[in-house]
Ligand binder design. Structure first.
Ligand code: CAA
Length: 285
């Protein structure tokens, strides 16, 4: 299938990164949000990221303007009609995703692939809201999307070989390396990542080490680019909690159980970088 126009629903942390990478790779991108305010915030994030890429010499002014010209924002689902592929990147809420997929099933051409950037939710459950489960799959990107090389593809029980092959080719055109996982909670990466972050928060909560020492221990002792608490702040504590809850509910194993501290911080609005505070304070930039 020839893909030229893609749709991205949700222009938050992940959606805006997907839009940026797709537009820089030459795709026309329709960007959808719930309302104009969310759309403006998401587009502003993309502008800032393109400016950053320019200031680092990774992109010329001409390339940045061309990428921006390929993006069009909307708050109407019917505007996704011309899309050849749609990627949903909204919050981790099955009902919300099902509503979106059901609507996309109505407004897009029947052969269009509908993908979800979900970190943990069952692709089969999302696909069940459509009449094209063979054309539904998971396309899980990693934060920050412009930097991270991986695209994890998740095959639902009814996803066709053709859909998977098209998604692999699309991932390559974005400059990503694809890996394929079965539709099991957490797929490959989050199934490994969440117990690690949960353990690190538990260690901190128990007062066994300072947050700085936990992060420095992993960063310097294991050569990770950042420690687990800094990483949780980057991913978003709300997203981390939502994924942990799905995994715990599905597997019932204590290693996935969110520590009370994580839940308290999310309730208090301490969501990490995106809200300005998490384990660390980002309000001074
Ligand atoms: N957008 C675009 N580029 C960015 C960026 C962003 N948000 N953040 C950093 N970069 C670029 C910088 O421009 C820089 O590029 P150059 O080397 O070409 O100059 C490069 O990334 C390194 O950045 P910095 O020097 O500013 O900082 P750093 O060396 O500490 O790297 C990092 C920052 C790339 C985020 C790095 O710390 C890292 O890789 N951290 C781990 C990230 C990770 O594990 N992500 C996955 C999270 S899990 C997930 O997303 C899935 C889920 O479902 C939960």
């Amino acid at each position: 299938m020839n893909i030229q126009t893609i749709g991205v629903i949700g222009c938050g942390l992940m959606g805006s990164g997907i839009v940026e990478v797709a537009a820089k790779s030459g795709f026309d991108v329709i960007v959808g949000e719930l309302n104009q305010e969310f759309l403006d915030t998401g587009m502003a994030r993309i502008h800032k990221s393109l400016e950053r890429a320019q200031s680092k010499g990774k992109l010329t002014e001409k390339e940045a303007s061309a990428a921006l010209a390929r993006m069009s924002g909307t708050i109407k689902s019917e505007d996704f009609a011309p899309a050849d592929l749609v990627i949903e990147a909204v919050t981790e809420d099955l009902e919300l995703k099902q509503r979106i997929f059901s609507r996309l099933d109505q407004v897009t051409q029947p052969d269009v692939i509908l993908a979800s950037n979900t970190s943990s939710i069952s692709i089969a459950a999302i696909a069940a809201a459509t009449n094209r489960p063979d054309k539904v799959l998971g396309m899980h990107f990693f934060n920050p999307v412009p930097v991270m090389a991986l695209l994890e593809l998740v095959r639902g029980s009814l996803t066709s070989d053709e859909t998977l092959a098209t998604a692999q080719a699309f991932g390559e055109r974005l400059g990503k390396t694809t890996v394929v996982a079965k539709d099991s909670p957490g797929f490959i990466v989050n199934r490994l990542l969440i117990p690690y972050i949960v353990d690190a928060i538990g260690l901190y909560e128990a007062g066994l080490a300072s947050k700085e020492d936990i992060d420095a221990g992993v960063k310097l002792g294991l050569a990770h680019p950042m420690g687990p608490l800094t990483l949780a702040d980057l991913v978003g504590l709300d997203t981390t909690l939502a994924v942990a809850d799905v995994l715990y509910e599905e597997y019932g194993e204590p290693r996935f159980k969110a520590p009370p501290l994580l839940r308290q911080m999310v309730t208090a609005g301490l969501l990490g970088r995106k809200s300005g505070r998490g384990f660390y304070d980002y309000r001074q930039g």
